[in-house]
Design a protein around this ligand. Structure first.
Ligand code: BTN
Length: 316
């Protein structure tokens, strides 16, 4: 990413008024000609910037979603996240994260042609949603900690959406719900050797403004019937929360699990478990220290590792 263009983007975004080209040139230690050149590049990226010889530059406040606006919104967290790979369109950001050269970073796309969900399902990824994969080399996690990483990502998105004013909760393991509708799905993948995780990939899809196929009756977007939301704000909140929770996962997994349990709406509910070669009903009694779901049935307590769980409506 071009450093000058990014700094100009930050300055123009932060100012409701015109910003002089000369001032920006001085502050960035470059020439006015270079400022004009970088502004032209930003315009090619879709920014609407007015230019006046006397007054300088004015950014028209139209929320765009691109590498510059996202990086600017991430502030310090941008450096912590690592390389930012931004795609207009790609098959899947998880695939981009797998083949990225950098050790850690974010692969973000405006839309995905082959968005992937858990258990080989497709994930609808039309423009207007937030699709990104955070990848890194964990310092302390073993392949056996993968479920905790999944819970960590779901909890982070829940934190972020709550901060933005949405009363979200989690359905074990990591569907983020608004009311009883799914607004976010997470696909965690790993590149491992026998005993070490070389790359952890947390792929996150949030339904923000994107239209959803009518057959997805159990999903909703955040926009609801209101105005479009700014994807930069949602993305920055999710990435910042995710980085915080990843730190907690490595330093204080017990604290992370305690916070997860507090946000998990599946606890204490009657559930139907389907998968791992079986189907049964029971009462969800907890999430254990490995992140597995505990379900009490008349035959005893079951431990659920990867199965799908549906929460039965109250009174059913
Ligand atoms: C699920 O609900 O089954 C998980 C959906 C995960 C979707 C995200 S979108 C970003 C990343 N890229 C993908 O192809 N999948 C994940």
């Amino acid at each position: 990413m071009n450093r000058y263009a990014l700094e100009i983007c930050k300055k123009l975004s932060a100012s409701p008024d015109w910003v002089s080209g000369e001032e920006m040139a001085k502050a960035l230690g470059t020439s006015r000609v270079n400022i004009a050149r970088q502004v032209a590049k930003l315009k090619e990226e879709g920014f609407v910037i007015e230019a006046s010889r006397r007054r300088g530059y004015l950014l028209t406040p139209r929320p765009l979603f691109n590498a510059y606006t996202l990086q600017a919104g991430l502030d310090g967290a941008g450096a912590e996240a690592g390389e930012l790979l931004f795609f207009e369109q790609t098959s899947s950001t998880n695939l981009e994260a797998k083949r990225a050269e950098a050790e850690c970073g974010l692969a973000v796309a405006r839309r995905q042609e082959g968005g992937r969900g858990r258990k080989g399902r497709a994930f609808s990824s039309e423009e207007g949603g937030l699709y990104f994969s955070c990848f890194f080399r964990p310092r302390r996690l073993s392949p056996f900690d993968s479920l905790k990483a999944v819970l960590c990502a779901g909890l982070a998105v829940t934190d972020a959406l709550k901060e933005l004013g949405f009363a979200c909760g989690l359905k074990w393991p990591n569907d983020v719900l608004l009311g009883d509708k799914k607004v976010c799905g997470i696909l965690c993948e790993m590149v491992c050797s026998a005993d070490e995780v070389q790359r952890l990939i947390l792929g996150i899809g949030v339904n923000v403004n994107n239209p959803l196929p009518p057959e997805l009756t159990e999903a909703a977007n955040l926009k609801g019937r209101g105005d479009d939301l700014d994807l930069n704000t949602v993305a920055a909140a999710c990435v910042k929360a995710l980085l915080g929770r990843i730190g907690q996962l490595e330093e204080d997994p017990a604290g992370l699990l305690a916070d997860y349990r507090a946000a998990c709406l599946t606890l204490g509910r009657q559930v139907t478990v389907l998968g791992e070669g079986r189907r049964f009903d029971g009462l969800c009694t907890g999430v254990d220290d490995d992140g597995f779901l505990r379900v009490r049935t008349p035959e005893g307590e079951e431990r659920v590792v990867t199965a799908d769980v549906s929460v039965r409506p109250a009174g059913a």
